[in-house]
Ligand binder design. Structure first.
Ligand code: HEC
Length: 133
């Protein structure tokens, strides 16, 4: 009897952890939050429009990513951008922002992805020329 209840408690813990690891959904409120945080933490380097031309950014080498025109070397899926924000990019001035609350890092992730050209967000893989349906 006792053992059975322990099993229930254990599976609740495991499932709870899995649910927490899932990324929150993007929403207008989330993007608004990201915009506020971006102005404080990112704009100086990445620029108001995400073109990598902020007041500090223009003097850096390597230059900050132009979110609208350049590919992300660590990937542009939300989970990948979130990871970049959490760990930073070694060897560049793109430092880790792990000190920001997790929710704020997700908000920044979605805000950054707003700068990307729309077709890139649709993520069409294998769209090679000459491949007929
Ligand atoms: C001190 C300047 C600086 C600040 C502040 C800064 N970045 Fe960066 N960021 C960079 C540089 C430089 C790179 C390019 C690094 C490279 O090419 O190796 C970069 C790259 C990136 C990339 C591209 C990652 C990839 O996979 O290519 C993302 C996304 C990014 N930054 C997001 C942010 C966000 C969001 C913030 C604010 C929380 C921020 N950055 C703050 C300098 C900065």
């Amino acid at each position: 009897m006792k053992m059975k209840w322990m099993g229930v408690a254990l599976s609740t813990v495991v499932l709870g952890t899995a649910a927490w690891a899932a990324p929150p959904k993007s929403s207008p409120a989330m993007i608004e939050k990201g915009k506020t945080s971006y102005a404080t933490n990112c704009l100086a380097c990445h620029g108001e429009k995400g073109l990598g031309d902020g007041p500090t950014g223009q003097y850096l080498n390597p230059k900050p990513r132009n979110f609208a025109a350049e590919p992300f070397k660590n990937g542009n899926k939300p989970e990948e951008v979130f990871k970049t924000l959490t760990t930073g990019i070694p060897g560049s001035t793109m430092v880790a922002f792990a000190q920001l609350p997790e929710e704020e890092r997700w908000a920044l992730t979605y805000y950054v992805l707003e700068f990307q050209p729309k077709p890139a967000k649709a993520e069409k893989k294998g769209a090679k020329k000459g491949k007929k349906k």
